[in-house]
Design a protein around this ligand. Sequence first.
Ligand code: APR
Length: 311
Amino acid sequence: MNKISIIGAGMTGSTTAHWLAERELADLVLVDVVEGMPQGKALDMFEAMPIIGKDVEIVGANDYAATKGSDIIIITAGLPRKPGMSRDDLLSANAEIVGKAATETLAHSPDAIYIVLTNPLDTMAYLTMKRTGLPRQRVVGQAGILDSARMRAFVAMETGVSVENIDCYVLGGHGDEMVPLTRHSNIAGIPLKEYLPADRLDAIVTRTRKGGGEIVNLLKTGSAFYAPSVACAQMAEAILKDKHLIVPCAAYMQGEYGLNDMFFGVPVMLGRNGVERILEYRLDADEQAMFDASAAAVKETHEALKKLVTL
Ligand code: APR
């Protein structure tokens, strides 16, 4: 059986475990600093397995020894946003937590592939790669699947069409400057621009960009977790099943889209080796301008990280 360890057993971590357990993909380990909590959630979830008929082990722990031999490490540890906060406001607190989680897990699982979910996402993925020294194939950030799913959900609400018929592609950094590619997004092959009036499409793009904040403002005590965590589960499944699935994720740039030494949301192919390929769209001038603005915002957070910690 494969093994996935999830660091941080809070809302996103435990919900990721839930989605993964239902897929019967791997034995699961939940790690958190809060004593008893990961053990309690893991036991409760394991007690659900007889009902859904899935044979996976689920254990909780407060130390990293339990993660030994993991195929995938998912990092969700850290603080979530509260109303009025941007993802970048989380930088200093989460850098310390993620940096430690990355190095301590690597010592027990030298062959693991890392999926990073903690915000600010692109920069936490960058930190994980620099701290572990892993090749870029083995560190990937979750963001684009979520942002694209939000856009798909808003298009479904607007049109009444099945979510299954709606394909949207949201690239760029996981912040308000993200890049919804309306030209490539479609309903059953029909470009969104032809299906929807321009003002409705603009409203969907704006709502997508602010989609995380909308949930934070509603919840008031934390940020979204159902959609982010199922996005993580989809990535883990694509890796363990060697699916060669093309999905938007945060990957380390080495010249793609003219970007270097940074994580950025781009279409990647996920398989058993992690990020197997990065695909490049041909962007028009408007899309390139949005890409550049988003890349500049992500670069700024990377630079802020470099001032805070030694990489
Ligand atoms: N090691 C392990 N777990 C830790 C550590 C640490 N050093 N520090 C904090 N944690 C745990 C907390 O105890 C908490 O249980 O991380 C968990 C985070 O859970 P939540 O507070 O519920 O936050 P969540 O909604 O899961 O978001 C976590 O993911 O989507 C991002 O923006 C979000 O950065 C945030 C992260």
